[in-house]
Design a protein around this ligand. Structure first.
Ligand code: FES
Ligand code: FES
Length: 212
């Protein structure tokens, strides 16, 4: 009988309605002691996802590659997913999606940031630069040129993140010798093993003394 009543209550939590309704339903969730099979059934039917989808979107204005974007986004969306899924700036790569590989590196206010670990809503008022924002028209950024000249990539999957970090390596004065470069770049993983030529590319840019 209790099982039957609980099933009825779950049905009543159908995800239709406004935010007040959602909050009411959330309270109901904690108020009722559902049996384990029912909880597991709710989980299997993407219950959490559907609850989360009810969270109101938030309006933000983001500056990306010198362009202003007015967006309404869910607070839980990462900067990486926003760039790739919503703005179609797919140059920034998703590798591990948990801060381990560096493939998703972008610049925020000139500093390298792992976009998979950054919430998009936190970037309001900051200047975001992705790999797409480096070249000036047809003129490549000096680090992009150096990667080509030094053969700093193979499959190229890690290359955008490597280039974004490499620029900061030079910009922040960590490119004076090889060990220092390797240490600074250690968060950017390359499964093809292009490391020696990446180091050469960074040394080339550092030696040229250009502003990056
Ligand atoms: S995708 Fe962000 S660190 Fe791997
Ligand atoms: S060039 Fe292939 S992963 Fe780095």
């Amino acid at each position: 009988m209790e099982e039957k009543n609980n099933k009825k209550k779950i049905k009543e939590l159908e995800l239709k309605g406004d935010r007040r309704d959602f909050l009411k339903k959330s309270s109901l969730l904690t108020a009722f002691s559902f049996t384990a099979p029912l909880v597991s059934k709710a989980a299997k039917s993407d219950f959490d996802e559907r609850l989360a989808a009810l969270i109101e979107t938030q309006k933000v204005t983001l500056q990306i590659n010198g362009k202003s974007h007015q967006l309404a986004i869910e607070p839980r969306v990462t900067l990486l997913d926003l760039l790739r899924e919503k703005l179609h700036l797919t140059g920034t790569k998703k590798g591990c999606d948990q801060g381990q590989c560096g493939a998703c590196t972008v610049h925020v206010d000139g500093e390298r940031v792992l976009s998979c670990l950054s919430l998009a809503v936190m970037q309001q008022g900051k200047e975001i630069t992705t790999i797409e924002g480096l070249a000036k028209g047809k003129q490549l950024h000096p680090m992009q040129e150096a990667f080509i000249e030094q053969d700093g990539f193979q499959c190229g999957y890690c290359t955008p993140g490597q280039i974004m970090s490499a620029i900061c390596c030079v910009r922040e004065g960590h490119a004076t010798h090889e060990e220092e470069i390797r240490e600074f770049m250690s968060g950017n993983i390359c499964r093809c093993g292009a490391y020696p030529n990446i180091v050469k590319a960074i040394q080339q840019v550092q030696a040229a003394g250009k502003t990056v």
